[in-house]
Design a protein around this ligand. Structure first.
Ligand code: FAD
Ligand code: SF4
Length: 404
């Protein structure tokens, strides 16, 4: 058995060794701990790392057969897609982040034998937010990974196990930076078929950063089970006892939170997981619904597997985000925090008249891309030209930035 395994190890990376956990990575402070460098696939890091070699356009072309058309607003913002819909499970999964579409699809693919394993993230026994990437082989193991771990997760640290376990058909669930590196080494993995189920991702944190965020923002940091930045412009914290605490975005203590988000996430322009086959998020849908983007034929095949388990409806788009985004730029930059009464009032007003559906998603993308562009310009100016994709440059150019 051992000799067969070593025989299967492809030559190109056979001499490389993964780095020890905690050691400095090739992308230095911009490393998102995607896990690639924990494995012998570190051999490809200069080509594969999302923070060393941003190559979304090239990879879009090789994976989806075309890169996004910047003259089409939906493609410019949300990437290559065949279809966008709102959806929710008819019977939601208890304890999932939203209604559990991601976990349901992964279970279905395993049970139908379409894949032999699912890369997903459980948590350690000691800490519900400490990520523990696994290759799940059963629905129970997939379900144990439900709900977001809002922390940087080394999902690709399982890459060596794929070869060792002789897996041929695999589903990987992951966020943009993990998927970009995965796509770059996909051909080296010796798989017959790789399915990629992505979620959008933004403002991720280290475990210590998460603690600071919870302590600064929630009334009861130790009982938070999960949280989400919602379409009603509030952060919803769900607590162990089932209660939901709502804190308006505009009341966040931005002066204290400025350095909480990981530098990788402050430099990321792949919010919508451009290289996944199918993306499941929420921000392009109305409150209570999830947002699904089918990027290619593989994604269409995947969504087809759960069609009878979900209700769907068309996506909507209302309102105009531009003024709110423009006002948020200097407010974030100068760390302005409103008194709570004013933040609540602003939250109520903006919820009534503010952007909805796809326009809300554009609001969130614009706010984060302008913030990240400024961060990169100030902290890593030499990376600005190559690291910021053209679609992000186009989005940012709609706004007046403080340094201009
Ligand atoms: P579930 O069935 O609960 O499954 C969740 C899946 O996420 C699990 O399979 C697990 O393996 C995986 N997962 C959990 N934590 C991580 C992690 N750290 N890295 C990689 N994979 C993980 N959607 C938006 O529309 N806008 C956002 O701004 C947004 N921000 C997000 C930020 C983070 C850090 C994450 C992880 C997700 C974010 N999402 C965002 C996606 C959204 O919150 C839900 O995850 C998605 O809608 C799926 O919900 P679900 O109920 O179907 O998932
Ligand atoms: Fe390595 Fe991933 Fe960190 Fe890049 S982001 S340095 S590929 S672990």
């Amino acid at each position: 058995m051992t000799s067969i395994q070593s025989h299967r190890k492809p030559k190109a990376h056979s001499k490389a060794r993964g780095l020890k956990r905690g050691s400095r990575r090739p992308a230095k402070e911009l490393c998102s701990d995607c896990g690639l460098c924990d494995t012998y696939y570190i051999h490809y890091v200069r080509k594969a790392c999302a923070f060393i070699n941003q190559q979304i356009t090239e990879l879009e072309t090789s994976i989806h057969g075309k890169s996004r058309n910047l003259d089409n607003e939906n493609e410019c913002y949300f990437g290559v897609h065949q279809e966008m819909i709102s959806a929710r499970k008819k019977v939601p999964i208890e304890g999932a982040q939203w209604t559990g579409i991601v976990s349901t699809l992964a279970c279905e693919m395993l049970e139908r034998g379409l894949v032999e394993g699912v890369v997903c993230v459980q948590n350690t026994k000691e800490d519900r937010f400490d990520p523990m990437p696994v290759i799940a082989r059963t629905s129970e193991e997939v379900l144990a990974a439900r709900v977001n771990k809002p922390t940087l997760s080394p999902n690709l640290s399982i890459l060596e196990q794929i070869e060792k376990s002789n897996l041929k058909r695999l589903l990987v669930i992951g966020v943009g930076c993990q998927i970009q590196a995965l796509r770059a080494v996909e051909k080296e993995l010796g798989l017959e078929k790789l399915y990629v189920l992505g979620t959008p991702c933004v403002d991720n944190v280290s475990r210590e950063g998460l603690q600071k965020f919870l302590e600064t923002t929630s009334r009861s940091p130790d009982t938070v089970v999960h949280y989400e930045f919602m379409q009603d412009f509030r952060v919803h914290f769900k607590h162990e006892d089932g209660s939901v605490e709502k804190v308006p975005f505009f009341g966040l203590k931005t002066n204290k939170l400025k350095d909480v988000f990981a530098p990788s996430c402050m430099s990321c322009f792949d919010y919508v997981n451009s290289l996944a086959d199918l993306v499941v998020g929420y921000m392009g849908a109305e409150f209570g619904w999830q947002w699904i983007m089918v990027r290619n034929e593989t994604g269409k095949e995947m969504l087809g597997l759960i069609e009878d388990q979900i209700n769907t409806k068309p996506v909507i788009s209302h309102g105009n985000r531009k003024q709110a985004v423009q006002q948020s730029i200097p407010a974030y930059d100068q760390g302005v925090t409103l008194p709570m009464w004013a933040a609540k009032l602003m939250g109520v007003v903006i919820e009534r008249v503010g952007p909805k559906g796809l326009e809300y998603a554009r609001f969130s993308i614009d706010s984060h891309f302008t913030r990240n562009y400024l961060y990169l310009k100030r902290n890593h100016p030499k990376k600005l030209e190559n690291h910021v994709p053209n679609y992000a440059k186009k989005i940012v150019s709609q706004y007046q930035l403080p340094d201009q």
